[in-house]
Design a binder for this molecule. Structure first.
Ligand SMILES: [Mg+2]
Length: 351
């Protein structure tokens, strides 16, 4: 039986700020870009929410709603540190952790034997450990699938814990408003409303053919969601930090031989791999060189395209470090981590 836990920190960035500066605890604060710089609110604390402030709102508008709002410039370095601590606690429970952002993750706890397999006990332990070790409160939902676990974590937020057992799924879903379903935004909710559908009971009465007719492929998903079905797995993937190609030569080569014979096919191979991966937002190129005495050196350069000219230049500079016959050469690009680039983009910072 599948058992998914969804953990979501409560107003994470603001929570880190309040933890580190208790004077901010009871006053309305928001973390975001400056109003002058046309910034937006990334997150705000609960006192700020009573003024109607929410994330993605412009800072200027937030300040109109609450003129004494304290807007704090985000410190992602620190948030990432706390996030890594929290994710590490999740991984003490299971290796099946799928982070969605710095402060949110799905855990597949189906196979966890600790706590007698009780999702409630696991959630209680996680909440207590995260609070004790990082000072951050987490809301947790446990359910038989991702979509319900995510709704459950939001159910009693902040500092919430809500469990939907398999037996409770039908009753829970029956009452659920369609606007709570993942993928249903205001436009889809409006279209459903025109069909006199506002909750999952009403949605469940709709035939699959009508839903597919009206909503295309998403109609099939709506049909399943209204029955509490979600087949998505928890995906554990390590973020790819680099793409590279390397080659150990059959015999040691002079630098001229490397440049004449080896570099071009390696750079072509790299280019094909980059193509398969999708063009990264930003990257550095690097070269790795191993000499015949097995000493290895790596040299990287930012803001350069992975072209043969650039790799040749980088190779020549790297070779100067050892000036010996070459055993192995690697060429590659380092990727800017996706979360980092997303956060920068949110605040309009140049990449
Ligand atoms: Mg959150």
């Amino acid at each position: 039986m599948t058992k998914i836990l969804h953990a979501d920190c409560d107003c994470f960035y603001a929570a880190v700020e309040m933890r580190d500066n208790p004077e901010l605890r009871d006053i309305p604060i928001a973390v975001g870009g400056s109003a002058e710089g046309r910034g937006v609110i990334a997150t705000c604390n609960y006192p700020a929410r009573t003024f109607g402030i929410h994330s993605a709102m412009s800072s200027a508008q937030a300040l109109r709603l609450c003129p004494h709002l304290t807007v704090i410039k985000p410190d992602f370095e620190r948030y990432r540190e706390v996030s890594a601590q929290i994710m590490a606690i999740f991984r003490e429970l299971t290796e099946w952790v799928e982070p969605l952002s710095l402060d949110e993750a799905y855990l597949d706890i189906s196979g966890v034997e600790r706590f007698k397999g009780s999702g409630t006990w696991m959630a209680q332990w996680l909440k207590a450990e995260v609070l004790r070790r990082t000072g951050i409160t987490v809301s947790i939902g446990v359910a038989p699938n991702k979509f319900l676990a995510k709704i459950a974590s939001d159910w009693h937020k902040p500092d919430g814990l809500f469990v939907i057992t398999p037996e409770q799924v039908d009753a829970f879903v029956a009452e659920l408003g369609v606007d709570k379903l993942p993928g249903v935004g205001p436009a889809t909710a409006q279209r459903l409303k025109q069909m006199n559908i506002s909750d999952c009971t009403e949605l469940g009465r709709c035939s699959l053919s009508i839903l597919v007719d009206r909503f295309g492929k998403f109609g099939h998903r709506l049909y399943e969601l209204s029955r509490g079905i979600d087949r998505r797995d928890v995906k554990v993937h390590r973020e790819r930090k680099s793409i590279s190609a390397e080659n150990t030569f059959e015999r040691d080569l002079t630098p001229a031989q490397v440049i004449a014979q080896e570099l071009t096919p390696m750079v072509d191979k790299l280019a094909a791999r980059i193509d398969r991966h999708g063009t990264p937002a930003s990257s550095k190129i690097f070269i790795k060189l191993r000499f015949d005495d097995f000493t290895t050196t790596t040299l990287e350069s930012s803001a350069m395209l992975p072209s043969i000219t650039n790799f040749t230049e980088l190779f020549e500079r790297a070779w100067q470090r050892g000036q010996r016959p070459v055993r192995l050469v690697g060429v590659g690009i380092r990727l800017l981590d996706a979360e980092h680039s997303r956060q920068l983009a949110l605040f309009g910072a140049p990449l």
